[in-house]
Design a protein around this ligand. Structure first.
Ligand SMILES: C[S@@+](CC[C@H](N)C(=O)[O-])C[C@H]1O[C@@H](n2cnc3c(N)ncnc32)[C@H](O)[C@@H]1O
Length: 292
């Protein structure tokens, strides 16, 4: 059963870390002229109207992207990756929208690079289709299909360079093991794939899902690929705190993504500041398997 709707969460702190990291990967791929292919296994609606009933319900963007805009810092003082993210978001925010990962990929890639967007939820898929058409980008393809099945069918790409964003809703506890299987299958056919996995940090209140991200990251590490993880924590991890932060696990990361992301996240947590309980946001980037 698919009930998750990303509009409720658009532009929150989790979108900030995920989309910063994804732009960092795309920026690195653009350093070479050779075209690349991007895959987004769980694409969502593509872009979000921050004034609609879902986004307005909890206004999660107010403690995410909005805090990065209300800072006095001029763009010239921002780390490069953060400046790139904010300038990509700016035209969307001017229309009270937030770009989802499909809009970010479509705007950040070059015309000759390919983009495959997979979304299973029929209503979300219809929105995705419309939002991607509105962006009028070349070589961007939408697929109403399971993201892992799509990866099996469409990888490795030709030419053999590119990246995958895996951003499931984690509604069911077995989505963590599905993801591990999906990544294993990709590496059997495409060793060089750069893969970004977003994951939630969940307190005891989440029951069986608490600790599931950590266990999933251990299984991803055991695949032996160079990998690091980056996290931001926005609340204290008390039994009742729910989602107290999130992270990205990056396999086969491009050169310098770790340092670019580290400086961007240090600025981000400074701007996110404190939650209502006085907890000041923190960030960390740590290598698991060093890239030798
Ligand atoms: C967290 S949202 C994606 C947000 C999007 N990546 C972004 O950053 O803007 C997860 C999406 O995955 C979709 N979904 C769930 N299971 C799926 C599957 N097996 N294959 C493809 N899409 C799936 C959900 O309908 C939902 O729209």
């Amino acid at each position: 059963m698919l009930s998750y709707q990303h509009a409720f969460h658009a532009g929150n702190h989790a979108d900030v870390i995920k989309h910063l990291c994804w732009i960092g990967v795309i920026n690195a791929l653009k350093k070479k002229d050779k075209p690349f292919t991007l895959f987004d296994t769980h694409a969502g609606a593509g872009a979000y109207d921050l004034t609609d009933a879902m986004s307005s319900k909890n206004k999660e963007y107010e403690t995410g992207i909005s805090r990065l805009l209300s800072d006095d810092k001029g763009a010239q003082d921002l780390p490069g990756l953060l400046a790139d993210y904010l300038s990509l978001c700016e035209p969307f925010l001017a229309q009270r929208q937030y770009p989802g990962s499909p809009a970010i990929s479509a705007k950040a890639k070059r015309d000759g690079d390919n983009l495959h967007l997979m979304e299973l939820h029929p209503a979300e898929f219809d929105k995705l289709d419309k939002n991607v058409s509105r962006l009028r980008t070349l070589n961007s393809h939408v697929h109403k299909r399971d993201g892992y099945e799509g990866l099996r069918a469409l990888t490795p790409p030709k030419p053999n360079r590119g990246a995958i964003l895996i951003d499931p809703p984690y509604e069911r506890v077995n989505e963590y093991s599905d993801l591990v299987k999906g990544v294993e299958q990709v590496f059997k056919r495409w060793q060089q794939a750069q893969i970004v996995v977003w994951y939630p940090l969940l307190s005891e209140r989440a029951g069986a899902k608490s600790g599931a991200s950590e266990a999933m990251c251990e299984k991803l590490s055991a695949m032996g690929k160079p990998c690091f993880k980056a996290e931001i924590q926005v609340a204290e991890n008390t039994p009742d705190s729910g989602m107290y932060g999130s992270g990205v696990f990056v396999l086969n990361p491009p050169w310098q993504l770790d340092t670019n992301l580290k400086s961007a996240l240090e600025s981000v947590v400074g701007m996110l500041g404190e939650n209502e309980a006085g907890y000041h946001a923190t960030s960390q980037v740590s290598w698991i398997n060093e890239d030798n």
